[in-house]
Design a protein around this ligand. Sequence first.
Ligand SMILES: NC(=O)c1ccc[n+]([C@@H]2O[C@H](COP(=O)([O-])OP(=O)(O)OC[C@H]3O[C@@H](n4cnc5c(N)ncnc54)[C@H](O)[C@@H]3O)[C@@H](O)[C@H]2O)c1
Length: 462
Amino acid sequence: MAPSADASRRDFLKVATGAAVAAAAVATKASAQEKPLVGCGKTTGDAKRVGIATIGLGGQGNGDTKAMLKVPGVELVAVADCYDGRLKRAKEVYCDNLVTTRDYKEILARKDVDAVIIATPDHWHSRIAIEAMNAGKDVYVEKPMVHDVLEGLQVVDAQKKTGRILQVGSQRVSSVVYHKAKELLAAGAIGELNMVEAFWNRNSAIGAWQYTIPPDASPQTMDWERFLGPAPKRPFDPVRFFRWRNYDDYGTGVAGDLFVHLFTGIHFITGSMGPTRVFSTGGLRYWKDGRDAPDVLLGLFDYPKTAAHPEFTLTLRVNFAAGAGGEDAFRFVGPEGIMSLGRDGITITKRDPDKEPGYTIDTFPKAIQDAYLAEYHKKYPEQKGQLRTGHEERYQPPPDYNETEAHTANFVEAVRTRTPVIEDSVFGLRAAGPALLCNVSQREKRPVSWNPETMRQVESAT
Ligand SMILES: NC(=O)c1ccc[n+]([C@@H]2O[C@H](COP(=O)([O-])OP(=O)(O)OC[C@H]3O[C@@H](n4cnc5c(N)ncnc54)[C@H](O)[C@@H]3O)[C@@H](O)[C@H]2O)c1
């Protein structure tokens, strides 16, 4: 039997210190679903039907669709994709009578579709999201919400004008781990935040986005012109189609692909709207396969003091040719501890308060050392010279916990109840903005200023 939300919350606390903490109830709901995939005219239970369609059914489109189908009452109606092999696969995975098309506009015209998942390459996100909202659909759009910062306010305006639900698919805001981290930070678990740091080290072809090109890739099996869409015209090229992340015309580099998740997590945990200054550097060092995107990228970001958080600095880096690879870290740093977030939950490494200040007297004359020590031991009689002690606290979600299921469940709940989501178009632009400005800074070799309130790039960087 599926665990209840309360059971999930208790599991989450198993390795905690015993403090009474409440993880986000809404986020635990999704992991409780263990229903078979449902689509093509069938829905589960009595829940109000929500008809969905997926536009872009590659890796993430399938992940999002499967997660959303775990919510009772959700029915998959149709999918759109520009490679016929993925449409064929959709019928194999979901059901034979699924509506499949190369043209997403056919999906937007359907009355039986309430909401769309947009999991195309980045250069299509804002365009399809705006068209979908104007067609009366709610939207679950993958990160980064936009390909270029300048598209962001158009999405925000369209959401405001149409009143549709739009949720960006960076699932961390719905994760019990991130809700717990937010609560721990606010409770002073590491003292006053002064820095956040994260890195990914990878070293494999797949890790560096050299995805498999199917042997039947051809102008007959692929809709090359529709894939290009708003991007510059080019002759047919299956490498660009299947490895689009590597090219600026369609992807947004490691900043738009990976940093954006970190901005989402940081903004959620700290309550921040974003940094005011972005500096990024790096280059293409190893994967010289004709790609545009750097495989080594570092970013530095200034977060000014606000009512929500103190001033802090953020450092991010990615290396796609880093030794053995396979390492990553995401740490919130304060004077009293470090909070590390990983796939297995949260670890807080604490420094206990100093019991004595210590001394550096070796270079003083012997008589002065002796006199100093005599006074010191009078003042700190119990101490044995151990300046600092520390300990660790760990918080783990339940073993089967899936944050994408939590995030898609939040979306469906919002579609049904018309209540706003946290990761709406404004949140999405505040996460995408600094990530995309990394690419500007790296290309132009200069710091770039950003106004997180107005969500606009500020021309004169200081
Ligand atoms: N939230 C996450 O953790 C996460 C993880 C991976 C990817 N993503 C995001 O999901 C999106 C898709 O990434 P992916 O790895 O699944 O890519 P992918 O290449 O596997 O899939 C993209 C699909 O979109 C299709 N497509 C392209 N143009 C289209 C159009 N105009 N209409 C319909 N379909 C179109 C392609 O044919 C392809 O099948 C990206 O924006 C990526 O950043 C998010």
